[in-house]
Design a protein around this ligand. Structure first.
Ligand SMILES: [Cu+2]
Ligand SMILES: [Zn+2]
Length: 185
């Protein structure tokens, strides 16, 4: 079993049981028409050759938006922060993406805190192959094409460090190392 198949199996075997099983590449394995991702993002490094290091998909589910996919090329065991930032640009080493997506003017917080930034997401930890998966239901964003809470045309930012879920305004998560624009799938 290659690494990509293993990652897919892990995703399919976990919280996706309720909504159907889907690989990280976005290919349907079971037929649920509600399960198609409506948005996706290809993540690339912000410096050097801007190498592709992952893909993240978003789709509406009953209680929010499922954010799922994987990041590669991390150090084994490394824990990194991932957020949705408010501007859809990866220019200037990712700085052009601005601050965390925050349509209701809340403080930075734990992603499960409904009183925190809509763009806050859980830290990801890489496995022994340097691959980290995310599979998280965000209840504060929309995967619609437009609207106050829509994340279409915003940006994912991966940081070199870990989000402490407390420090303002961004969890003291370190440098921006990778970025991806969120686009219609
Ligand atoms: Cu960030
Ligand atoms: Zn935040």
């Amino acid at each position: 079993m290659n690494k990509m198949m293993l990652a897919s199996t892990l995703l399919c075997g976990s919280a996706l049981a309720m909504t159907g099983c889907q690989t990280v590449e976005g290919q349907m394995q079971t037929g649920n028409p509600l399960s198609q991702p409506t948005l996706k993002s290809t993540i690339h490094t912000v410096s050097g050759d801007k190498k592709e290091v992952g893909q993240v998909f978003l789709r509406p589910v009953d209680d929010g938006v499922q954010v799922y996919g994987k990041l590669m090329n991390l150090k084994p065991g490394q824990t990194v922060a991932l957020h949705i930032h408010e501007t859809g640009s990866c220019a200037d080493m990712g700085k052009a993406a601005g601050g965390h997506f925050n349509p209701d003017n809340k403080p930075h917080s734990n992603p499960d805190d409904m009183n925190g930034h809509a763009g806050d997401l859980p830290n990801l930890t890489a496995n022994e192959n340097g691959v980290a998966t995310i599979n998280y239901i965000n209840k504060k964003i929309s995967a619609n094409e437009a609207g106050k809470y829509s994340v279409n045309r915003l940006a994912f930012i991966v940081h070199g460090g870990t989000d402490d879920y407390t420090s303002q305004p961004a969890g003291n998560a370190g440098d921006r190392v990778a970025c991806g624009i969120i686009e219609k799938n």
